[in-house]
Design a protein around this ligand. Structure first.
Ligand SMILES: CC(C)(COP(=O)(O)OP(=O)(O)OC[C@H]1O[C@@H](n2cnc3c(N)ncnc32)[C@H](O)[C@@H]1OP(=O)(O)O)[C@@H](O)C(=O)NCCC(=O)NCCS
Length: 217
């Protein structure tokens, strides 16, 4: 499913059911006080990530949260993980092939009352209203997911926070979206990140968005 929105340089793995693959002791230590839901998503998405890393030729290694929860990947690798009810997915790539990588999955249902008001800019609401209603796509949920993908691609590069109103997203019905970044944010090389291109799909009751870009825009 997600391969439809990923370039060939990105390796991926996903699961619709939970897995009980073994964790590394450092990972288990993080789950000492975790509830069952967190244990399940953490364990399954890491099993997915290790499968995806194996496809890149990397042996199994602990995948621990680093600064602000961003996962720490093996040297030379970029990656992203997501989990929601009934779905977990991980994507990875060589850092010399993909510069920006972020993935997000959400249940395909309208956002709860009031959430759109807190995450959408006025022009985003206007552009959502112009999207076709035929096809039954929950465009508000898709916007939310696209914003989460933007943040997951943005943070590992800039190491800075990005608020919901600091990116302006336009969703196209053809399965793509663009994000214009409205605040300064820089890669370690000094390049400014000005905008992202992403892709989306709706399938099996899920909205999935992904940003996978070879170069810093
Ligand atoms: C971090 C965040 C994006 C996670 O998204 P989510 O829909 O809640 O949860 P998901 O299951 O899809 O993703 C969780 C995974 O994201 C990854 N993640 C967490 N923090 C991250 C960060 N700072 N950078 C990159 N990835 C991060 C982790 O792998 C995490 O899984 P793990 O804890 O098992 O390792 C979200 O909680 C958040 O803080 N959002 C606010 C910032 C934002 O979205 N701004 C919008 C800018 S337009």
């Amino acid at each position: 499913m997600i391969e439809r929105i990923l370039p060939p340089a990105v390796r991926w793995s996903h699961s619709f059911d939970d897995r009980d693959d073994p964790l590394f002791p450092e990972e288990l230590a993080l789950l000492e006080r975790a509830v069952e839901k967190r244990r399940a998503e953490f364990t399954t998405v890491r099993a997915c990530a290790r499968d995806a890393l194996a496809a890149l030729g990397h042996p199994p290694a602990p995948l621990l949260p680093g600064q602000r929860g961003a996962p720490v990947w093996p040297r030379g690798v970029v990656g992203s993980m997501t989990h929601c009810a009934g779905y977990r997915a991980a994507v990875v790539a060589r850092g010399d092939e993909i510069a920006l990588l972020g993935i997000d999955a959400e249940p395909h249902a309208a956002l709860p009352e009031g959430v759109l008001d807190t995450i959408a800019r006025p022009e985003e609401r206007t552009s959502l209203d112009a999207l076709p209603t035929t096809g039954g796509i929950a465009w508000d949920r898709l916007l939310f997911s696209a914003k989460e993908s933007v943040y997951k691609a943005w943070f590992p590069v800039t190491r800075s926070w990005l608020d919901f109103d600091e990116a302006s997203i336009v969703i196209a019905p053809d399965g793509t979206f663009t994000a214009r970044i409205l605040v300064p944010g820089f890669a370690p090389s000094g390049e400014r990140l000005s905008g992202f291109h992403g892709r989306w799909l709706v399938d099996r009751g899920l909205v999935v968005t992904c940003i996978a870009m070879a170069d810093i825009p």
